[in-house]
Design a protein around this ligand. Structure first.
Ligand code: FAD
Length: 228
């Protein structure tokens, strides 16, 4: 069921009914479940369906992520191996680093102006300017991403829950986003298991948001400070 998309859901006292579209067979079917966990990211359909809202600030900065091919770049500088290099300057403030042990790298110009657009050719020129190293760079992908700060006002409606980016979004500086989603799932996972095994109850399920939201709040503050 991995190539499936959730289209809608509704719940009653006994279960959640989820309408799912199989993207390969192009048919629609219904799943009846005890619980539904929305781990469906920033544009969460589950969040919308349960009437929760993200509150906060959109657009702290615009940034780009460029994955590129750069044979010889690892050997062309004297800084030694690292997972990430911060290029702190007024001209092209940016992050850069290897994706793996081959010649694939990422380049991330930060705080770009509103009218900033990059294509493959422009990316190669900008990497050259940022690093001062002239190599035959080849951009493999260019993606814009916007840093924002958002927190969900509710993570639970009866049998439906939110985890991960579906209920919190923040600038990636600090590397917290996926980690928090995993921790959300660990927290909620054992509580759902306890209820299904018959020894947990409603108060235990309510403790998910009570425990996780203050952590999210603290981490959002730190990520926004790192971003600044
Ligand atoms: C530049 C950048 C760098 C980052 N670096 C780090 C880092 O170093 N460390 C870290 O911990 N985090 C990092 N993050 C954050 C991290 O990427 C996210 O927090 C994480 O991917 C969120 O995971 P998620 O599963 O909650 O949501 P997502 O990764 O958005 O996954 C949601 C999934 O749900 C699917 N989906 C959506 N709607 C439906 C639907 N209706 N039906 C079925 N499926 C659906 C989507 O296709 C998607 O696959 C970074 C983010 C950015 C932008």
């Amino acid at each position: 069921r991995f190539n499936s998309e959730v289209l809608a859901f509704e719940q009653d006292a006994a279960s959640v009914q989820v309408t799912v579209r199989d993207l390969q067979r192009e048919n629609t079917y219904t799943v009846s479940a005890d619980y539904l966990v929305g781990a469906d990211g920033a544009r969460s359909l589950v969040r919308e369906g349960m009437g929760a809202k993200l509150e906060g600030q959109y657009g702290l900065s615009r940034n780009y992520n460029i994955v590129f091919h750069a044979p010889g770049l690892a050997q062309a500088h004297a800084l030694g191996p690292a997972i990430m290099y911060w290029q702190i300057n007024e001209d092209v403030p940016s992050l850069i680093g290897p994706m793996d042990r081959g010649d694939t790298w990422f380049f991330m110009p930060t705080g770009v102006p509103p009218d900033f657009r990059l294509d493959a050719e422009g990316s190669a020129a900008l990497i050259r300017r940022a690093t001062g190293i002239d190599l035959p760079y080849r951009a493999l992908s260019t993606d814009e991403w916007v840093a924002s700060r958002f927190l969900g006002d509710n993570y639970r409606d009866r049998r439906v829950f939110l985890v991960g980016d579906a209920c919190h979004l923040h600038p990636p500086f600090g590397g917290y986003g996926m980690n928090m989603g995993v921790a959300d799932s660990v927290d909620l996972g054992w509580k759902l298991a306890a209820v299904l095994a018959g020894w947990g109850g409603e108060a235990l399920l309510d403790s998910y948001m009570a425990e996780r939201r203050p952590v999210h709040q603290m981490v959002l503050d730190e990520a926004v400070a790192n971003h600044a």
